[in-house]
Design a protein around this ligand. Sequence first.
Ligand code: OAD
Length: 233
Amino acid sequence: MALTGAGISAESGIPTFRGTDGIWNKLKPEELADFGAFLRNPELVSEWYKHRRQVTRVAKPNGAHLALVEMATLFPIFAVITQNIDNLHERAGSETVIELHGNIERNYCLGCGKRYDGEEFDKNGSFKCNECGGLIRPDIVWFGEMLPTDQWNAAEAAASEADIMFVVGTSAVVYPAANLPMTVKRNSGKIVEINTEETPLSEFADVSIQGPASEVLSEIVNGIKEFRRDAKK
Ligand code: OAD
């Protein structure tokens, strides 16, 4: 399985949250990724997510997303668990994607629950429901909110059975997602971390590889294929 974070989409041109160019270094999460902030200023928060949808829609899945699609063909079971809301694993073609923090393309009305999905929503141009006038929010997890139970349960089940977890492009500091590698270890699985920098997980990982996700994952996929070809000889 793979656990991914914002770093896997960095090479697609989507900014990460932490680090020197990170979003949270320039903007305050409590003004943009918080339910209270949304109620105080729905227009601002809605505009921010509309902007982020525009950024993610023009972005294309990169070699790292594609390597994980190929990786899934090499194992009987392979799940991608992502903290990203950018939809790029799905667009790359990954079939089993567990979304811990939701998906920016899904939205729903706080009043009546009506769903507003995809580009049609932004074309309408309003953050108010056309049925009941309620506020429409993105179906994502904001600070202080619970993770979707079905996705979290699926992630924990996958982690407790995993032989190996590739932890790709995450600072590994946001809980509960950051607990999943511990679940793998407790059940005798191995952790391979891929990140351009050291993280709190690095010393705990069985292998920690520093480098851009697209290059490292492509090399790992090629290595597995070569190993299997040699084993058949
Ligand atoms: P972060 O921005 O915290 O971390 C991104 C990580 O990716 C860092 O450790 C970088 O070193 C690494 N990185 C950057 N470019 C890379 C590349 N090309 N290849 C490999 N690694 C690279 O993002 P997340 O860990 O995803 O939550 O953040 C977790 C959560 O915090 C997000 O889901 C979001 C945020 O607040 C919510 O919105 C609920």
